[in-house]
Write a protein that binds this ligand. Structure first.
Ligand SMILES: CC(C)(COP(=O)(O)OP(=O)(O)OC[C@H]1O[C@@H](n2cnc3c(N)ncnc32)[C@H](O)[C@@H]1OP(=O)(O)O)[C@@H](O)C(=O)NCCC(=O)NCCS
Length: 154
């Protein structure tokens, strides 16, 4: 019997206001819903807030968003659909966002990650992020936030 053909590589897309519904869906599935539809729409309309996605057919499998603040890229979220993890999508979308930040003049990138978020910490460490500070009890759960940075200069 012939083996099933592999799924096509997901396509990189620039997220725009028309993707707000898909972002909301992925946000709910991956992060428990951190932003409302109105917040997603606002986020995706802002030019200084780059957002990238990986799409397969009509399905948004991964996304990464950030804010450009002078020469810094502040990464606000990275999410991969639960059924598509450990396939390199998180790494790919985050690297694409870092590259987009570089092209826009960012020299370093920062983010906050919960001290209890093993997959997030693993991903960020693999891409060179290092902890520079801790916000104790920052999250509603009481967890600490690690403030991490990476140099974007090559
Ligand atoms: C964190 C997240 C984006 C990782 O996405 P992913 O597509 O599974 O990650 P990748 O397959 O690209 O993994 C890249 C590297 O990150 C690390 N990593 C990813 N998942 C990990 C896990 N569960 N445990 C430990 N390390 C992990 C590994 O170093 C991995 O490399 P490897 O697979 O060669 O070992 C995904 O788990 C997710 O969406 N989680 C929920 C949302 C979230 O917590 N986002 C981060 C905070 S905003």
């Amino acid at each position: 019997m012939p083996s099933p053909s592999p799924l096509p590589t997901p396509t990189l897309i620039q997220l725009a206001a028309k993707h707000a519904g898909a972002c909301l869906e992925l946000d709910r599935a991956a992060l428990g819903g951190i932003w409302s539809l109105a917040q997603w729409q606002r986020e995706l309309e802002e030019k200084a807030r780059p957002g990238l996605g990986l799409r397969q057919g009509q399905e948004l499998l991964a996304m990464a968003c950030g804010w450009l603040v002078v020469d810094e890229l502040h990464i606000t979220l990275v999410a991969v659909a639960p059924g598509h993890r450990r396939l390199g999508l998180g790494s790919r979308i985050l690297q694409e966002l870092m590259q987009a930040g570089r092209r826009s003049g960012a020299t370093r990138a920062t983010l906050e990650v919960s001290a209890t978020n093993g997959p997030g910490k693993g991903l960020y460490e693999a891409l060179g992020f290092r902890t520079a500070g801790i916000r104790r009890g920052y999250y509603r759960s009481g967890d600490d936030a690690l403030i991490q940075w990476v140099n974007l200069k090559t």
